[in-house]
Each structure stands twice: as C-alpha cells, then as structure tokens.
Design a protein around this ligand. Structure first.
Ligand code: TYM
Length: 352
C-alpha cells in the first residue's frame, strides 16, 4: 500500500490515505472464456472502486508457444476490447509489449530466479510435455509474469486457481530480491473468487476450461452466440448417478455446472437444486447466456469504434510506463546498474 499523504489535497492534511494497487493479466493465446471471466475478470472489475487497478493484455506471454503473428494481433485487439466490455474500463488497461519496463525488469528477475524452480512449475511441465519444440521463453514465462506484477508494486492480483504457483514464485522472487539488494518490491497477495476459481472444461470436467485447448467442445467463449452456449452446456459431461449435488471429487461434471450456476446467480451451490441434470443444464445455460448478453452488446458497440479502444490503450500504456519507471530504476539501482538519467558522479569511484 502506498501513502498518499503528500499527494493529497490540503483539506486532507493530517490524514494518511492508503491505496491498494491491483494488477491482472490476460494472455491473447486464444479467445477469452467463461473461466477467465469468473476466475479473474469479474473479481478485477469488483476491485476497481476500491483500488488503483491496472491490467494488461499480456501479448509477450503469447509468444512462448507456437503462434501465428496475424492471429496474435487480432486476438490481442479482440481481448483488449472485450476486457473493456466486461467492465474493466475504470482501470488502466494496456498492451504489455508497449510498456517496455515489463521485459526489462523480467531480465533482472531472471538473474534472481533459479532454473530448478522454473522447471518445477506445473504449467511448464504440462506445456513442455506437449510441445514438439520448446521455446526458452516457455521456461522463463513465470519470471515475466512476476515482472508484470512487481513492476507496479502490486498489492493484489486477481487470478484463478491455476496461477497460484506462479504467484507463489512471484512472492519468492520479490522476497529474494529485497533480501539480496534492498527493499524494492511489494510482496503481492492473490485474490481468488470463492467459487469458480477453476472452471472446468464441460466436455472433460477434470481439466481446466482453457482458451488454448485443441478441442473447443467443452469451452464457453465470452463471444459465443447463445445457441452455441446452450448446445455446449447441453452436451456437458455429467455422471450416471442422476442426483444433483455438489461434490467435486466424485461428481466433477455436475459440481462444475453447479459452481458456474452459483457464480452466475450468487446462490450457494448447495442451495441451487434443480431436480434433474436436464433442468440443471437448462438453468446453467440461461444463467450464462444472460450474464454474457450485456457484455456481448457492449463488445459490439466498442468494436464499432476501434479508435476509441486504441486511445484507451495508448493512454493506459503512457500511465503504466510512468508508474513503472521509478520501480524499474530502483531495481536497476539496487542490483548495481546505473539507471539512465541519474548522472554518474553520485555513484563515486569503486575504490581500490
Ligand atoms: P490466462 O490468460 O490463462 O488467464 C487469465 C486469467 O483467467 C484465469 N483463468 C481461470 N480462472 C478460473 N477458471 C478457469 N478455467 C480459468 N482459466 C483462466 C487465470 O487464472 C488468470 O487469472 N499467466 C497468466 C497471465 C498473466 C498474469 C500476469 C496474470 C501474465 N502476467 C500478471 C496476473 C498477473 C495466464 O496465463 O492467464
């Protein structure tokens, strides 16, 4: 938390006001999903009135796996527009690659991280196991994520369950850097929604719903038309027991549907008890369609005026760069570099 005492208007003199800084990131590797919305975007929207919030479409992260440049650009613009449509319009939003401090700090943190701890990351092991050729950036990806967070001295990071390990690494790197070179970084905390922190794939309810799966059968994308959503939910894998009850271990499919319904309606999973799987699916489909309707309407409106989103992103990048610059300079200074523009004499000689 930062003290605003010096920046406060004179009528506030004597009061120390603190603000919390929030950062979240969204990879444009595919199209944003219901999992992204429930796990991170909605919690980030809710924090906007209580904190200084930043978010980035983390395009550099999308380069860690095989990609098509034109598709990446299109997905990046779609994600930026859609995040605004979801309600992230009172935050500082920008494209990660336009704020170079992210990549610059990532290098300093790479000089703090150990190969072994990166090799232990679950997502690295999963993705490296699937790929024919592994990019070095796939291994160093969590360090860039740490830089995204630490460069803003972030207090809170709204993320789904799948990012817990990366966040833990971010905390470790912050603590290690601070211990080695002096207090530069804030050690951040994660914010995870009580329900739907891990929305599962509807067709394969033991794996996370993901924008980069090879089959889209069990994925709900935020811009899917209502009939497609209804069809995906109707096809959702359940079990043969026939009883609607919440038990993620033995009934992953039904429990996932209950968690989604509950996250959409605000009613606890054990309080939502449709009589049959068919009734449950019908309720889930309608709840999701209704939740997405205003988002899709707003997306269409925003997409009709790309210059407006471009302005939003340009302003966001300028503000984010301004906030990141002193933190990057402090890290450079602490680690023994000479930050640009500081002048040499203050550092004196090396001595004998
Ligand atoms: P990404 O782009 O995969 O997902 C963005 C956010 O959505 C959450 N999420 C989910 N939550 C619940 N259920 C799901 N099925 C689901 N799928 C995704 C993710 O947890 C995430 O919060 N490495 C990050 C992007 C990133 C980032 C950052 C996040 C880069 N730098 C700094 C926070 C702070 C990622 O791949 O998220």
């Amino acid at each position: 938390m930062r003290s605003l005492a010096t920046a406060a208007p004179s009528s506030w003199k004597g009061h120390i006001m603190t603000i919390t800084r929030v950062f979240s990131g969204y990879q444009p590797t595919g199209r944003l999903t219901l999992g992204n919305l429930l796990g991170s975007i909605r919690p980030a929207v809710a924090l906007q009135d209580r904190a200084e919030c930043l978010y980035a479409v983390v395009d550099l992260h999308a380069l860690t796996v095989q990609h098509d440049p034109a598709a990446l650009r299109a997905r990046t613009i779609e994600a930026a527009t859609l995040l605004r449509a979801c309600g992230l319009d009172r935050s500082i939003g920008y494209l990660q690659s336009q704020v170079t401090a992210h990549a610059e700090l990532a290098y300093l943190l790479e000089c703090t991280a150990h190969v072994g701890e990166l090799q232990r990351m679950i997502q690295y092991k999963q993705k490296a196991g699937q790929a024919r050729v592994n990019r070095v950036s796939l291994l160093t990806y969590p360090v860039l994520m740490a830089a995204d967070i630490l460069v803003h001295r972030t207090d809170l990071v709204p993320v789904g369950d799948d990012q817990r390990q990366h966040l833990e690494l971010t905390r470790d790197l912050a603590v290690r850097f601070n211990r080695s070179y002096g207090e530069v970084f804030t050690v951040p905390d994660g914010v995870h929604p009580p329900l739907a922190a891990r929305v599962m794939d509807l067709a394969e309810p033991t794996v996370k719903m993901s924008k980069s799966t090879t089959s889209d059968a069990g994925v709900i994308h935020l811009l899917d038309p209502p009939e497609q959503i209804r069809a995906a939910v109707a096809r959702a894998v359940t079990d043969s027991e026939g009883q609607v009850r919440y038990d993620p271990d033995t009934k992953p499919g039904v429990s996932n549907l209950l968690a989604i319904l509950s996250a959409c309606t605000g009613v606890a999973p054990d309080q939502v008890a449709p009589s049959s799987y068919r009734a449950l699916k019908a309720e889930v489909a309608e709840a999701v369609v209704e939740m997405l309707r205003p988002i899709q309407d707003r997306y269409r409106h925003l997409a009709a005026d790309p210059a407006d989103t471009e302005r939003f992103l340009v302003d966001g990048a300028a503000r984010a760069a301004e906030l990141a610059a002193p933190v990057l300079a402090a890290a450079q200074d602490a680690i023994g570099l000479v930050p640009a523009g500081r002048g040499l004499p203050v550092y004196g000689g090396v001595g004998n």
